[in-house]
Design a protein around this ligand. Structure first.
Ligand code: ASP
Length: 608
């Protein structure tokens, strides 16, 4: 037996027992000939002592002493000895094993460790090594308690979700990794086929079409903890491969799907936090989210909602607003209520003049001309530009924002989308700056009534808001309808202002599916070539169906309050999407390329 207990197990109940432990040497120290070390494993840390006075046999003492001195940090050892109380006053109440220690009678070096690239032991206040170094030696990084706790937490989240879905009759099915491309809005990772030279698989951007096929196949309730691959430009906090809780159900409507997700998350909350999650989650339409929060992923845990005051301020003589309104622009504003701010600034007001000036500069960096402000002082709106606003206009603004003494009104003007987006960014910035999120906990919200299509902001081209398999609200597209007004039966799940999931009802009628492809500019031939198998399957009695996918990495990292999703992924890529530990991606030998009948045109950059 390599161990009788783990390093997290011993308590005073085991006093006097002979035990055997194995683990890593985290710390060692010499207290005048008495040698101490912290022996750590996945379960905890136990203090191990070599005390020559407590041992009788000379040769054992000498042997152990010299062996002990060879135990470098992170070497792997096993020890055996007797559990005893720590010397009174030296107990460690933060450590569950902190009342006891093991007086060793024998030890063995199982494996040694080279000098470490960074400290594995976590001490209060100690700085983390740089992320690239952590990723290069991820196996050492994973030995740190906080990382191993993150992975265990992630496991508990997934396993609670699995239990809940299992209880609800869902079947977990694995879908292929070598697939035909499914459009989810990103580039595919392409895998060359050796057996069909010149042809390629795509790694799945999601199991979307397979889960729909499972519904056509009569499976009824499917889920999968699915790996997905999207070759996106490396953006903050994205990974080229990530994990989704992927769900599909037949003979349901959108509310049924949302209800099962609420049930899953309530079970997760109960299991990992021991708390009841309030369900059902609030719902907000896409239109309201954009107009009140300036984003389709609203954080509703704090106020600062946006108000479109275009109609009111167009009665002003303020030339900046007038110029923008003439071009069809909008003015949105928000009320930074006096009570939001607890620390008065240098000039005594809550968000002082200098802060407002900084906000104006910030707005300019966001592509806005600036930002206009007014403050409620002695029952009136004051500011350097208030003279351009007749009293009936300021009275309407006071009413619209329910402005009270000390409140600060901020306005942004521009094209509707620019003003709303900047308003949303301003909201987030103020929430951070004014600590409005402190103690707020987590808040889920459903984003519903989403559009079916949107226009690409650069090319103006019509594209899907979600993906091309979303069922139109009316069941099909109405002939002659303005497509940008068409609604889709889709929904997003938002947690604390981050989108963590999205789903929809699907087109189960092949004709409706064809209509959507046509709107995206596909010819019949292109449809057949790309999606012939889907259209064919739908024509064999596809049941009405729909589903959703939740991003596990983001969900877990938000639950834990991590800075990045990389903290909850065992082996993430770095910000440049490189695997620093195994040095991927890497060139392959010419012989392998030859086998695939591929020619590599890129320069070899691996030696950089
Ligand atoms: N396949 C979608 C996605 O990955 C989710 C869904 O519609 O179920 O975003």
């Amino acid at each position: 037996m390599m161990r009788t207990h783990t390093c997290g197990e011993l308590r005073s109940e085991q006093l006097g027992e002979k035990v055997k432990l194995a683990g890593w040497v985290r710390f060692s120290r010499d207290h005048g000939g008495v040698l101490f070390l912290d022996l750590a494993d996945a379960y905890g840390t136990t203090q191990v002592v070599f005390d020559p006075e407590a041992l009788k046999d000379r040769t054992t003492i000498e042997g152990l002493e010299s062996l002990f001195k060879t135990f470098g940090r992170e070497s792997v050892i096993s020890v055996h000895g007797t559990v005893r109380n720590r010397v009174p006053g030296t107990e460690d109440s933060r450590n569950p094993t902190g009342e006891v220690e093991v007086l060793i009678e024998g030890a063995e070096l199982l494996n040694s460790s080279r000098p470490l690239p960074f400290e594995v032991a976590e001490q209060k206040g100690s700085l983390l090594p740089g992320e690239d170094l952590r990723l290069r030696y991820r196996y050492l990084d994973l030995r740190r308690t906080s990382m191993s706790n993150n992975l265990r937490f992630r496991h508990r989240v997934i396993s609670a979700a699995r239990c809940c879905l299992d209880d609800a009759g869902f079947v977990e099915v694995e879908t292929p990794m070598l697939t035909r491309s499914t459009p989810e809005g990103a580039r595919d990772f392409i895998v060359p086929s050796r057996t069909s030279p010149g042809s390629f698989y795509a790694l799945p951007q999601s199991p979307q079409l397979y889960k729909q096929m499972l519904m056509v196949g009569g499976l009824d309730k499917y889920y999968q903890i699915a790996r997905c691959f999207r070759d996106e430009d490396s953006r903050a906090d994205r990974q080229p491969e990530f994990t989704q809780l992927d769900i599909e159900m037949s003979f349901v409507d959108d509310r049924d799907i949302q209800a099962i997700i609420e049930k899953v998350l309530a079970r997760v909350w109960k299991d990992v936090f021991g708390k009841d999650l309030s369900i059902p989650f609030p719902r907000i339409t896409y239109h309201d989210a954009m107009h009140k929060y300036g984003t389709d992923a609203p954080d509703i845990r704090y106020g600062l909602e946006l108000n479109d005051v275009t109609d009111i301020v167009q009665r002003s003589n303020y030339s900046i607003f007038q110029r923008i309104l003439k071009k069809g622009g909008k003015v949105v504003g928000m009320n930074v209520r006096a009570e939001y701010t607890t620390t008065p600034s240098s000039d005594g007001s809550l968000v002082g003049r200098s802060e407002v000036d900084r906000l104006i500069e910030w707005a300019k960096t966001q592509g806005m001309g600036g930002l206009t402000w007014m403050r409620m002082v002695d029952g009136e709106l004051t500011s350097n530009i208030v003279k351009y606003f007749p009293s009936d206009v300021t009275a309407d603004l006071i009413k619209e924002f329910d402005a009270k003494e000390g409140d600060l009104l901020l306005f942004l003007a521009g094209s509707e989308i620019a003003a709303l987006k900047a308003g949303g960014d301003l909201r987030r910035k103020l929430a951070r700056d004014l600590n409005l999120l402190d103690g707020k906990g987590h808040q889920f919200v459903w984003l519903v009534e989403c559009p079916l299509f949107q226009r690409d902001s650069v090319t103006g081209q019509l594209e899907m808001f979600h993906h091309p398999f979303v069922r139109p609200v009316d069941g099909c597209l109405i002939e002659g309808e303005d497509l940008t007004n068409a609604g889709g039966l889709s929904y997003d799940l938002v947690l604390d202002g981050s989108e963590i999931g999205s789903g929809s009802m699907r087109c189960h009628d092949p004709e409706v599916q064809r209509q959507l492809f046509r709107c995206l500019g596909m010819t019949n031939e292109e449809m057949e070539a790309e999606f012939g198998f889907l259209l064919e399957a739908l024509s064999y009695g596809a049941p009405p169906h729909g589903g959703i996918a939740l991003g596990i990495d983001r969900l877990v990292s938000l639950m834990l309050g991590c800075e990045t999703i990389r903290e909850v992924i065992a082996f993430p890529k770095n910000k440049k999407f490189q695997g620093l530990m195994d040095r991927s991606p890497a060139p392959v030998e010419d012989s392998k390329l030859n086998e695939l009948q591929l020619l590599c045109l890129a320069e070899d950059e691996s030696e950089e």
